[in-house]
Design a protein around this ligand. Structure first.
Ligand SMILES: *[C@@H]1O[C@H](CO)[C@@H](O)[C@H](O)[C@H]1NC(C)=O
Ligand SMILES: *[C@@H]1O[C@H](CO)[C@@H](O)[C@H](O)[C@H]1NC(C)=O
Length: 239
């Protein structure tokens, strides 16, 4: 009898130990968010939360501002590559490719408990360590970020950033850039991008914030060499 009880305890224990993993997602403290793997966190978030009352955490970056009347529509964490071509001894930007994962509900659910600016600051680091582009793990890609031929441009080879869902897209142009406040030699600049007229209605503005990695080495020697540098960042969409 005692032997049977001990045996069943041994057999049951893995299930007992794994039970807390299935507990409700706790997003009400920074510690609980940061100790959860990004894939686990993002895969267990509900979708379609309103984030229109959350402010874009621009952290006073000079030149970056949300245009009057626009509110946040989607908050995503992006994981991808920044591309460069070696041109006259320096790596020149040649577009980017990234998967964006919708984390809007993390912001609405943690609102009032954890500062959105702090959450925005940790997610790219979490995404960088948990995923490697182009692998999306088991997360649905909400928005694909790529570059397309600049609409209406007379300059051969001109490309522009595009953000696309299955239903809509937006092609954008740069309004302003600000050096990353943590380490501008390693992390790509923060950006404010504006929708190009007639090129989709996904959003009116896109802000690339809290960048992590993506900068190329400071010089290159092989003319025409192409380089892809892994990066992660936050993308805040406003409409
Ligand atoms: C960027 O480089 C990747 C390979 O790392 C390539 O698949 C992609 O097409 C490139 N994108 C652009 C816009 O150059
Ligand atoms: C935004 O609204 C949600 C509910 O709609 C609320 O839970 C949250 O606290 C609000 N956040 C802010 C920053 O006002």
């Amino acid at each position: 009898m005692i032997f049977t009880i001990i045996l069943s305890l041994i057999i049951l224990s893995p299930a007992v130990l794994s039970a807390p993993v299935a507990a409700a997602l706790d997003v009400k403290s920074l510690a609980s968010i940061s100790r959860t793997n990004l894939q686990t966190l993002a895969s267990r978030l509900p979708q379609r939360c309103s984030v229109s009352n959350i402010s874009v955490p621009l952290e006073g970056q000079a030149g970056l501002a949300v245009p009057a009347g626009q509110t946040v529509s989607t908050i995503a964490v992006g994981r991808g590559v920044q591309n460069y071509t070696c041109t006259s001894g320096a790596y020149v930007s040649a577009g980017a490719l990234a998967n964006l994962f919708d984390v809007s509900c993390l912001f609405s659910m943690s609102s009032g408990f954890v500062d959105p600016q702090t959450v925005s600051g940790i997610l790219p680091k979490m995404a960088f360590s948990s995923l490697s582009f182009p692998d999306a793990g088991r997360l649905p890609v909400a928005i694909h970020h790529q570059f397309v031929t600049t609409p209406g441009s007379a300059t051969p080879g001109a490309i522009s950033p595009e953000f696309a869902t299955t239903a809509d897209k937006v092609v954008v142009s740069k309004v302003a850039a600000a050096a990353d406040p943590t380490d501008s030699a390693v992390n790509v600049p923060w950006l404010q991008l504006a929708a190009v007229e007639g090129q989709g209605t996904l959003s009116k503005s896109v802000f690339r914030l809290n960048t992590f990695n993506g900068q190329p080495p400071s010089s290159c020697t092989e003319e025409g060499e192409q380089l892809s540098v892994q990066y992660a960042s936050m993308y805040w969409f406003t409409s």
